[in-house]
Every structure is written in structure tokens, then in C-alpha cells.
Design a protein around this ligand. Structure first.
Ligand SMILES: [Zn+2]
Ligand SMILES: [Zn+2]
Ligand SMILES: [Zn+2]
Length: 513
């Protein structure tokens, strides 16, 4: 017997003893070993509308510990591998359905003009970087020193995954506060940019903005990616639709609304969009003495380093995009990107955490919690999290509620978001899974769901009443937690066995199940 097997039986022993082993393993299998499931008690009753008779169809008292486990649904792979896999599958479906149809969206959307775009944050100071494309390059060719006496250049060629990447060359030359407020404003800047694109299209066509919006809709799905330097940037798919069709239907836009027009108007909007924001530097920030010295003494900043008492950064009253703005046509009009490539590209970012260590996976409860987690971050990220926390105390920035978002360096948006009419929704995906589970056997055969009287279920015949109570989250014993990890491992092996290399369609199939 291997060590693993003996661990397994030791962990299972308490449940073997109380007779719940098999039922508990079935539960774990059903939630795919979710790391942090919600435990609920409750029951489901059905009432026959004709006779008024009530029958119980489900009661958690029959389950191990009298609770049912509900998956946590977290999107981050570092929090819950099983749930993040499902989330990524749903996200992939949402993105993909809007490009080639499926999940209730007609295949004809593939003929609408489409554009794959990337918009980035501006620079907030020099950071270590590497060339994304082309031959390896020196980080930053610059002679001399900054006002703080630190070399302005870096002559290294950084390898991929170098922990220095994204870190400021000189912390005092990096506008932490500007980056935090920019992240916080990015979502509204996006919205303003879409509005500007409409305005530009109307201008180009010589019609009013209102007429333009009545004829054409810019539908989009966008994914936010946290860069190593701490700023967020967006990858998005834009699609032009006919704006006159009713909800739940899609048609191509009028001929004048071409992909070329969209590309021009989008680039124009990205260059011109300005979203007002409170100036992060106007406030009298509590700087060195209190907060930062604690950090320096505690070590997370890595070196004896005091900030410059003179704030060197210019006022920032608008958030704007950075200079890198990438637009590529998808499919029609000679587009060089296939919908599959775009879907995979977007889905890749969705389960990523802000930092890999998982130290930023949840909000900071208080200053102690913040300080406890800073040592697990790079000095640059520690400074950003700390700056966001400090800025949260500044009255001029109170509306931004930055303490709530300090763990995301100010970013408060959704990692995946879409315009209402882009395609399907996460809720629709979850409902589809539930319906599938009710109407299919575990091996995939079809079955007709029956009511408490053994009749095919019919909403006119029975009313279903449910009553759920929250009991807690996570597992109650270390042995249960250990068993859950094994179940998650098994679920992963099963997924990998189903998935052919290079194919996402099996993932799609599995997630539809
Ligand atoms: Zn989970
Ligand atoms: Zn460098
Ligand atoms: Zn400097």
C-alpha cells in the first residue's frame, strides 16, 4: 500500500466509522472537490395544485452532517481550481457565442463586422520590461541618474517570468497614486470611449448621434488583465449589430457601418477619451513618517528607502489611455484573426489572479491584515497595495472607496464584462447546466424529470417550494479538506483525459454538461 493510500484511508476513517463515507464522497464528486463550498440545510416540497397534497422531495437531513455542499463558484484558479475551470468554460462560451453563435445566438453573428482591440494604461514611471514580440531587447537604454540618485537605465535583458518585470526602476519616480486612481477610473473611461466611438461614427456619416445609436449597436465583451506593473488593461471584442431588432435576436448592421469605419472611430475615441477623476496628488497625503516607515522597518520594501517628501507628480484630473492601442479585424473584411483564437486569448486571462501568490485574492479586512499579506508581494506590489490603502483615508478621494479595492490596486470592475446584447450570460450558462443535470443521467443518457408523485414534471400540476439555510462555508475537519483535495485532483485528471490537445471544443462540451 502506498503512502497516499494510507493517507486516504486515514482521512476517510471517521466517515467510515459513522457510515457516511460513500455519501460524502458522492457529494465531493458532485462539487468536483470545491475548495470552499457553502454548506446549506434545507428541503424541497412539492404541492399538487389540484389536490393540495404536499410531498417532500428532498431533505438535507438525509445527507452527511445534514448539509448539502454548494460549490463556491470562485473564478480564480489559485482559490478554487474546480470552480475556476467551470467559470472559464462559461466565460469561453459567452465570448465564443458572440463571435460564431451558439447558446441561443445565431451563427450569422459571424458575418457582422468585428474588431479585436487592446487598450492599455499610460505610463506611471519607468518599470522593468521586456519586448513582447521580436528579438530580446535591453530593458531600458538610458544613461544618468534620476533625481533620487538611482540609475535611469537598466541594461539587462529580462527573461520571461523575471520577478523584476513590472517593478519600478526607482520607486520614487513611479506615480503609485496615479496608477491606483487610474485603475479605479478605467471602467468609466471604457464606457466614455464607447460613447465617443458612437459620436465619431455619427460625425463621419453626417447623422446625429441619436440616429446613429438607433441604427447601429456596438456590442462588446471585454476582459481586464492585471499587468505586472499593477495597471489594468483591456482586451475586447467589438461587434457591430443592427440596433433595430428586438431583444434576443441579432442582425448585421446597415452596410455603411463597416469594420473599417468602426476601426477608425475606435482609434479616434481611444486617442480622445478623457474621464474626469479626483486628482490623486492634490490631497495632502500622509506620506513617509507613519505608514511607510512601518513598511521599511517590517522589510517588505526590501531596502532602506524613504520617499521624497516633495511630490514630483503633475496633477491628474483626467484618466486617459496609454499610447499602445491595438486593433485587429476579426474574420470579415480580410480579418486575420479567427474567432477561436480570440476566444482562447480572452479566456486565458479570466482565471488569472492579480498576483500568483494568491496574497491578493480577497479584500484587506484591516491594517493588520494588509501588513500580514505585504511580505508575500513584490516590493512594487506591496507599495501599490499600501498606497491604495493609504489613499482610502484621503477625504478628497473618499468617493472612490479605495480601501475596498486596495487588493486590486484600485481596480473595481469585473474581470469579464459585456454589453447587454453581446451574447449569453453566466446565469444562462448555470441554468443550462442545471437543466442538463435534471434531464440527463450521470452517464449522459436522457431522462424525464419526475415529480413527487412519479409523473413527468409539469409546472401547471405542481408548485415547488424550497427552504435553504446557510450553515457555513468550507469543510469542518482537516480530513474532509484532504479528501476534497483528492476529489479536485481526480476531477482535473478526468478533464484532462477528455480534452484533446489544442481543442477547446471538448471543454465546451464538458461545460455544457
Ligand atoms: Zn469552489
Ligand atoms: Zn530592467
Ligand atoms: Zn527616482
Amino acid at each position: 500500500m502506498s503512502v497516499l493510500d494510507s493517507d486516504y484511508f486515514r482521512s476517510l476513517a471517521p466517515r467510515v466509522a459513522d457510515g457516511s463515507a460513500s455519501a460524502f464522497l458522492t457529494q465531493l464528486d458532485r462539487v468536483a472537490g470545491c475548495t470552499n463550498p457553502v454548506r446549506l440545510t434545507g428541503r424541497v416540497d412539492q404541492i399538487d395544485t389540484a389536490s393540495g397534497e404536499i410531498r417532500r422531495t428532498f431533505d438535507t437531513t438525509d445527507l452527511p452532517d445534514g448539509v448539502i455542499l454548494v460549490p463556491c463558484g470562485n473564478r480564480r484558479a489559485s482559490v478554487c481550481p474546480s470552480c475556476s475551470y467551470l467559470y472559464a468554460g462559461d466565460a469561453w462560451q459567452i465570448v465564443h457565442a458572440g463571435m460564431v453563435g451558439g447558446a441561443g445566438v445565431p451563427e450569422s453573428v459571424a458575418t457582422h463586422p468585428g474588431l479585436f482591440v487592446t487598450v492599455t494604461a499610460p505610463s506611471f514611471g519607468p518599470v522593468h520590461s521586456r519586448a513582447k514580440h521580436g528579438p530580446p531587447q535591453v530593458c531600458r537604454r538610458r544613461r544618468g541618474r534620476c533625481p533620487h540618485g538611482i540609475a535611469s537605465g537598466c541594461w539587462r535583458v529580462h527573461a520571461e517570468g523575471d520577478p523584476l518585470l513590472g517593478q519600478a526602476l526607482c520607486p520614487d519616480c513611479h506615480d503609485d497614486a496615479g496608477l491606483i486612481v487610474w485603475n479605479r477610473t478605467a471602467g468609466r473611461l471604457w464606457k466614455r470611449t464607447v460613447d465617443l466611438a458612437y459620436r465619431r461614427m455619427a460625425h463621419m456619416e453626417g447623422i446625429s448621434e441619436r440616429q446613429c445609436r438607433q441604427a447601429v449597436r456596438i456590442s462588446y465583451v471585454k476582459v481586464a488583465e492585471g499587468q505586472a506593473r499593477g495597471a489594468v488593461h483591456y482586451h475586447a471584442l467589438l461587434r457591430l449589430d443592427d440596433a433595430t431588432t428586438p431583444d434576443g435576436t441579432w442582425a448585421p448592421p446597415p452596410a455603411w457601418a463597416s469594420g473599417k469605419l468602426l476601426a477608425h472611430c475606435w482609434r479616434w475615441a481611444v486617442t480622445h477619451a478623457e474621464q474626469p477623476c479626483p486628482d490623486p496628488h492634490a490631497a495632502d497625503l500622509p506620506t513617509d513618517a507613519d505608514a511607510l516607515s512601518a513598511l521599511v522597518d517590517g522589510g517588505p520594501l526590501g531596502e532602506e528607502h524613504r520617499p521624497d517628501p516633495v511630490d514630483p507628480f503633475p496633477a491628474m484630473t483626467y484618466a486617459r489611455w496609454g499610447e499602445q492601442c491595438d486593433t485587429r479585424h476579426v474574420r470579415v473584411e480580410g480579418g486575420d484573426l479567427t474567432p477561436l483564437a480570440v476566444g482562447n486569448y480572452l479566456a486565458k486571462y479570466i482565471t488569472k489572479s492579480v498576483v500568483d501568490s494568491g496574497a491578493l485574492d480577497r479584500r484587506f479586512r484591516d491594517t493588520d491584515d494588509l501588513h500580514a499579506r505585504l511580505p508575500f508581494l513584490t516590493p512594487h506590489h506591496a507599495r501599490l497595495a499600501h498606497a491604495a490603502w493609504r489613499l482610502g483615508r484621503v477625504p478628497e478621494l473618499a468617493d472612490l472607496n479605495l480601501r475596498k479595492w486596495a487588493h486590486q490596486f484600485g481596480f473595481n470592475g469585473h474581470w469579464l464584462s459585456k454589453s447587454r446584447r453581446y451574447s449569453t450570460t453566466f446565469t444562462a450558462r448555470r441554468t443550462a447546466r442545471r437543466v442538463w443535470a435534471r434531464t440527463h443521467t450521470p452517464t449522459g443518457g436522457e431522462r424525464i424529470p419526475l415529480d413527487a408523485w412519479g409523473r413527468p414534471e409539469d409546472d401547471d400540476q405542481v408548485v415547488t417550494v424550497t427552504d435553504w439555510r446557510y450553515q457555513g462555508s468550507g469543510y469542518k475537519t482537516p480530513s474532509d479538506t484532504w479528501l476534497a483535495l483528492q476529489a479536485a485532483d481526480q476531477a482535473r485528471s478526468r478533464r484532462e483525459a477528455v480534452r484533446r490537445p489544442g481543442s477547446e471544443s471538448s471543454m465546451e462540451r464538458e461545460c455544457a454538461a
